[in-house]
Design a protein around this ligand. Sequence first.
Ligand code: BGC
Length: 331
Amino acid sequence: MKSRLACLFLAVTAAAFASKDKPVIGLSLDTLKEERWQHDRDTFIAAAEKLGATVIVQSANSDDTRQVRDVESLISRGVDVLVIVPHNGDAMTRAVKSANEAKIPVIAYDRLILNANIDYYLTFDNVKVGEAQASYAAARLPKNRPAKIVRIYGAPTDNNAKMFKQGQDNILDPLIKAGKITVLHEDWALDWKPENGKKIMNAAITKSGRGIDMVVVSNDGTAGGAIQALLEEGLAGKVLVTGQDADLAACQRILRGTQAMTVYKPLKNLATLAAQVAVDVAKGNRPTTPSTLDNGTKQVPSIFEKVISVDKENLAATVIADGFHKAEALR
Ligand code: BGC
């Protein structure tokens, strides 16, 4: 990663403004409920502090009004740059307007903010996440009959949830058209809540019975909910379930056999990169990026980090070798 970063930052133009040695970064998070966001926060703060910055963190508990207020309070505290994980990619447009008026640059982290004048978007390749989940299932279809599957998408307010579905569609649509897959039930899990994952799974079982082969679930939290419903029916371990985030509980389920796979996103890379970009931008620089993405207002300079498909076979060589979880924690 070092060499890629070096390339990125070589392209930095000379500071247009007087550079600030100790910038203050406002980090506005949707939530800290899912384990991954705690990793993101901790790594981001550590990396930013190493670069001489201070980070003020706010978490909105999945509440749009509260997140807009959080961002406005960070603006009034005079932060030099904002890093935002929006709960709702549309609702944050208003908060970005306030930041624009105050001339504070905005970086969307992990999730895109739509129809807004943001400066950067740093994320993982979210379409690839969906493709990894669906490809894992597609490689394991029953031989002599169509696979019966359930699809559990993420929060409809999260642009990423749509990207994950798009990636899944890329793989599943041709198989559905060819009659190799039958979708028994599908739904969106509001706010990515595990209990909503469970409700959708319960509804699928009530509607279609126990003959389910696979559940393509978009993240580990909601997969946990779905697996709870399967456990109560004595079906856990018999149905292939996908996920994302390499949450500790999900990795434990993979080793126990109740969840088949997860998608590991090396958060350390993204959070470290975001801290570097934030500090650089706060100093008045404009780091160049390898990609752009249209958010409805502009082509936003973007970076898409790579993701890794993980199951029982490669868990040790990926998640553990990377230090994301300790081997002892998984025993
Ligand atoms: C993130 C996922 C996460 C989900 C729920 C998505 O935007 O990309 O990693 O599981 O939100 O927090």
